[in-house]
Design a binder for this molecule. Structure first.
Ligand SMILES: Cc1cc2nc3c(=O)[nH]c(=O)nc-3n(C[C@H](O)[C@H](O)[C@H](O)COP(=O)(O)OP(=O)(O)OC[C@H]3O[C@@H](n4cnc5c(N)ncnc54)[C@H](O)[C@@H]3O)c2cc1C
Length: 375
């Protein structure tokens, strides 16, 4: 008889790792499968800054900042050695942006201070404008956090090729085995071929991050149009993720790294920065930039049994039993993952309702109507 799991999570990035950790704390028997290994996708490439979102109080800003509060406490509690709470400075891009910061101030929901440009200069930062300092923010050592969270959990390097329902259980087919489980969670990042998730609009955005060796005395991280990490153990991280035109994984290039270094020279003294390693990868976002957390809708069933759905009908949604998704964490996977994992775990184990803001159901009817408009 093969072993049966409570939950198999496909994907060992920060989404899969945090969920596996939370479910195991709740005494579930969990297996994590990843085709390339722990933090081998977007999570391994990430600068993994954990900082609040600024703006005019949008719903996404509010959710992000709730997630930020939760995430920094989670990392401090579980793996403080892999979370560097250096504080993060948010610097305006130009004069117009600097004006907006005054409007943004009343929407800063997390603790912050104004840092004058003189104070920034004293810290070795060439900012032309007064900026926000978020003292509780910082960055994770991305692979180490994922490895830590999975350290007591069974992880196998295997690609899941197919999911099949066998009575009340799922059978997961990989090139080497066939595994049985009650629940399946797809935490597969930008690759979403194991179920029909088209309505979620998962798409990849390419980005790069580099580690530079440096002796620069830089104790704080910063974001402007790119991210610059504090000097932690002789390494300064530079990162940016907004190359939307790259649709597939491509090789990391040193040219991109050196372009980022050039860009960083407008913020810090980059003269002794020596390139150590280039990381690159795809991060997965949803159509509306909110995370995707919850059950998967049975798309073929809905389209077959209610054809009028593409013309605006609103039938009761049917979900696929015991199939869940944890995805769409965008450029803030390390901020969102702990809270989203908690929400999904409570839903799976205690039947608590998924927060409507992150439930993928929100996208389904609109997607159906769009299908109809194309017919
Ligand atoms: C360059 C860069 C910089 C970033 N900087 C930050 C930052 O500063 N702060 C922040 O919070 N976020 C940042 N992000 C975003 C963050 O990395 C992502 O939001 C996060 O990685 C999403 O994690 P995930 O677990 O959903 O996906 P991933 O980490 O991509 O994990 C998905 C995993 O699923 C596996 N998989 C897929 N299909 C299968 C299958 N069929 N069988 C088995 N395994 C499968 C893949 O191998 C992969 O390991 C950055 C991203 C990039 C690329």
């Amino acid at each position: 008889m093969s072993k049966t799991y409570d939950t198999i999570i496909v994907g060992a990035g920060i989404a899969g790792a945090t969920l596996a950790y939370v479910l195991t704390q709740q005494h579930q028997k969990v297996l994590v499968l990843d085709k390339k290994g722990i933090a081998s996708g977007g999570s391994g490439a990430a600068g993994a800054f954990v900082s609040p979102k600024i703006g005019k109080g949008s719903a996404l800003q509010t959710l992000t900042n709730e997630a930020f509060e939760y995430a920094k406490d989670f990392y401090l509690r579980t793996c403080p050695e892999h979370f560097h709470q250096t504080g993060v400075i948010r610097i305006p891009k130009d004069e117009a942006d600097a004006q907006k910061f005054f409007e943004y101030e009343k929407y800063n929901e997390n603790s912050y201070e104004w840092y004058s440009k003189e104070r920034l200069h004293a810290l070795g930062i060439e900012a032309g404008f007064d900026s926000f300092f978020f003292p509780e923010a910082g960055d994770c050592d991305a692979p180490k956090v994922c490895q830590f969270l999975l350290s007591d959990i069974e992880v196998r390097i295997e690609e899941v090729l197919q999911l099949q329902k066998e009575n009340q259980l799922y059978q997961l087919l990989t090139p080497h085995s066939s595994l049985l489980t009650k629940n399946v969670v797809l935490a597969t990042g930008y690759e979403s071929t194991l179920a029909d998730l088209r309505y979620m609009g998962i798409r990849g955005t390419w980005g790069t991050r580099e580690d530079f060796g440096s002796t620069l005395d830089l104790n704080v991280s910063m974001h402007q149009s790119m991210s610059v990490g504090a000097n932690v153990d002789g390494i300064i991280k530079l990162g940016a993720t907004h190359e939307k035109e790259v649709k597939e994984v491509v090789s990391c290039s040193e040219t991109q790294a050196l372009t980022l270094k050039e860009k960083a020279s407008s913020l810090i003294d980059t003269s002794d920065l020596e390139l150590k390693e280039v990381f690159c990868g795809m991060r997965a976002g949803s159509k509306d930039y909110f995370p995707l957390v919850g059950k998967v809708i049975d798309v073929p069933y809905m389209l077959e049994t209610c054809p009028a759905i593409v013309r605006g009908a609103k039938p009761v949604l049917k979900h696929i039993d015991n199939l869940y998704v944890l995805n769409g964490l965008g450029g803030r996977g390390f901020v969102f993952a702990p809270l989203m994992a908690e929400i999904l775990a409570k839903h799976m184990t205690q039947g608590l309702e998924i927060d409507k803001r992150v439930n993928p159901d929100r996208l389904f009817l609109k997607w159906c109507r769009k299908l109809g408009s194309r017919e």
